[in-house]
Design a protein around this ligand. Structure first.
Ligand code: FEO
Length: 409
């Protein structure tokens, strides 16, 4: 049974978190390995004559959501339901909430959100839907709710809510992360440190395709002055940020911009029979000679790391080294898939060195070179040769690493 958290976050306005820890999930969006799990966070505010629900949980946990909600309020008393984003990890339980509510509550969201809710759950769900304009303010229960669109964080439908008097940002996906933190907020530094790598992995795998919008949208929120003054950031996944609310958006900005951690070099390779691996030993040795810290992921006949974990390593790497075998006149399938996802989700201006090995004809190196030159990444060199590397091949590999190190700075 997943753990459920119902905690009062504030007395005035009366605000609660409703969080469920989904440790049963294996593949987020049926794709991304997340052994670390994920939480779904909804919030309930009682203010004046209003009872406002902010998002909900995934459909699988509808019964648990209604049961948890009933501990705080009779669902019939909910006056407004704010739909920040319609992806069903947040909206899945909404139809059942509306039914329990007798369809009294007004839904609030963007035009896209209305369209998507209707597509997912039918016309009845959107019969009482109020469509916001970007920046619009509404008085709800004596508080000023400002709705700000943040398109592509994570879908075109997405918005955040800023409660002006209390300086609260309800941010849904933005500011969220994978993982099941042992606390509800950022007050314990150890919890935060363990959690942040899961945030990076979440950003890349979920929002990475749109990562330029991360920087754009945070810039927009900063220009409105609400990020600096926020008292609390309340995301739809993971920790609430109230000790240092700025920190999570700064983290998002760094990931969005691909700011590197000093000396970190990501090394990814396949090796079927050890030929690529022998080359990568040379590469790693040369990296260490230059004081670099290689982070290595390898696909062999004994191990296959999760591509989601590899993606999470890209944003803060200074550079990437890709080692690949030629396989049936193609890039080795595992590297092909990994590379495809990197180029889609983690396409940054970072230097890349390509290392290839082949039995009778080198194809992988050239194909990767074509893909890299069409991306934002900067191609430093391609070092590809047949069979076991000779001493001249080793020298070329070391030279390639030296060029990469010089490029990365
Ligand atoms: Fe957490 Fe894009 O949904």
């Amino acid at each position: 049974m997943p753990e459920i958290w119902v905690e009062k976050i504030l007395d005035e306005p009366e605000l609660y978190i409703l969080r469920i820890d989904d440790e049963r999930i294996k593949y987020f969006e049926a794709t991304w390995d997340i052994p670390e799990g994920i939480t779904y966070n909804a919030y309930l505010m009682k203010t004046g004559d209003a009872v406002v629900l902010f998002d909900a949980w995934k459909k699988d946990y509808t019964e648990e959501f209604l049961e948890t909600l009933r501990k705080l309020v009779d669902p019939k008393e909910i006056t407004h339901i704010i739909i920040h984003h319609t992806e069903p990890d947040h909206s899945g339980a909404i139809p059942a909430v509306l039914e329990a509510n007798g369809y009294r509550a007004q839904l609030i969201g963007t035009t896209f959100a209305k369209r998507f809710m209707e597509g997912f759950y039918g016309e009845k769900v959107v019969e009482n839907f109020y469509t916001i304009k970007d920046g619009e303010e509404r008085n709800i229960g004596g508080k000023t709710f400002r709705f700000i669109t943040v398109p592509w964080l994570h879908w075109p439908d997405t918005m955040i809510t800023y409660v002006v008097e209390d300086k609260l940002i309800f941010s849904c996906d933005a500011g969220g992360g994978y993982g099941i933190p042992e606390a509800i907020d950022d007050s314990d530094e150890e919890v935060v440190k363990r959690y942040l790598p899961h945030v990076t992995k979440y950003i890349v795998t979920v929002i990475g395709h749109y990562h330029k919008y991360i920087v754009q949208n945070i810039k927009k929120l900063k220009s409105l002055g609400i990020v600096e003054e926020a008292r609390m950031i309340l995301p739809g996944h993971g920790l609430i940020w109230r000790k240092n609310p700025m920190r999570i958006f700064e983290h998002y900005e760094r990931v969005g911009a691909g700011i590197p951690e000093k000396d970190k070099i990501l090394v990814i390779y396949d090796s079927m029979y050890g030929f690529v691996e022998r080359r990568m030993e040379v590469v790693i040795d040369e990296l260490r000679k230059h004081g670099k810290k290689p982070v290595v992921y390898r696909f062999t006949d004994k191990e296959a790391p999760a591509v989601s974990d590899i993606l999470g390593e890209v944003p803060d790497s200074e550079a990437i080294i890709i080692g690949a075998s030629t396989y049936e006149a193609e890039i080795h399938p595992r590297i092909r898939y990994t590379l495809y996802e990197i180029l889609d989700k983690a396409n940054y201006e970072k230097p890349v060195l390509i290392v290839g090995a082949f039995g009778w004809a080198g194809v992988a190196g050239k194909k990767i070179e074509t893909l890299i030159t069409r991306s934002k990444f900067d191609l430093v060199d391609v070092v590809e040769s047949r069979g076991m590397p000779r001493s001249e091949d080793e020298e070329k590999l070391r030279e390639g690493v030296r060029k990469l190190v010089a490029w990365a700075g």
